[in-house]
Write a protein that binds this ligand. Structure first.
Ligand SMILES: [Zn+2]
Ligand SMILES: [Zn+2]
Ligand SMILES: [Zn+2]
Length: 209
């Protein structure tokens, strides 16, 4: 340090003749462009103890914290495990709710992708034009949904995200359309939706809607 170009010996600082700010500005070391010890890019040093550029300073601190934590886990594995467990237990309700919310959002996003594709981006029921995403589902144009679900998942009532994921994985096979819950139910009963002219009769009265 004494050999440094910027080292100013105390006896050479003319503090006797300087006062206040003048004295401190005389003490200040000149800045210089030197390479960063991490990324080797040259940067403007703010003080002579700085070793890393402004970008690397943050990263170095982060790396140090990470390595310290890893070291701690290595030295006291039981303690570290317990700490994780305690923190999870402390906020159990929060994590439970967060994971539920995450699942809800994920399933909704998957449904959006599939319904977007099969409604050609209109997000509407192919029969009546219903546009609420909650009511929309994928319908097998030629029927056979239960059979297909039994073959795919071994259960007649597996729908939603699992089925949508399967559609995405298969690259959106044809033979499906978007229908709302009403039209889907009606089609299931009569073969076509009542909107399309299917009639059903109850004790002499006929209803077309
Ligand atoms: Zn750097
Ligand atoms: Zn509809
Ligand atoms: Zn309909």
């Amino acid at each position: 340090m004494r050999n440094s170009r910027y080292f100013i010996p105390a006896w050479k600082i003319p503090y006797g003749r300087l006062t206040g700010d003048e004295h401190w500005s005389a003490l200040k070391l000149p800045v210089e462009q030197i390479p960063c010890e991490r990324c080797a890019a040259s940067y403007l040093r703010k003080n002579k103890r700085q070793r890393f550029c402004e970008t690397c300073r943050v990263t170095v601190l982060y790396e140090y914290k990470r390595s310290y934590a890893a070291d701690y886990r290595r030295r006291f594995p039981e303690k570290a495990k317990l700490a994780v467990k305690m923190s999870w237990q402390k906020r159990h309700d929060y994590y439970l709710q967060a994971s539920r919310e995450y699942g809800r959002r994920y399933r909704r996003s998957v449904a959006r992708v599939v319904i977007d594709h099969y409604s050609n981006g209109s997000f509407r029921c192919a029969c009546c034009g219903e546009s609420n995403l909650d009511f929309l589902a994928i319908d097998h144009i030629n029927g056979g949904g239960i059979k297909e679900r039994m073959a795919l998942f071994g259960r007649p009532n597996t729908g939603g995200a699992r089925f949508y994921n399967w559609l995405i994985k298969k690259g959106f096979p044809s033979g499906y359309q978007v229908l709302c819950a009403n039209c889907n139910t009606s089609k299931g009963k009569h073969g076509t939706c009542v909107h399309q002219g299917a009639r059903f009769e109850i004790k002499g009265t006929s209803c077309n809607h």
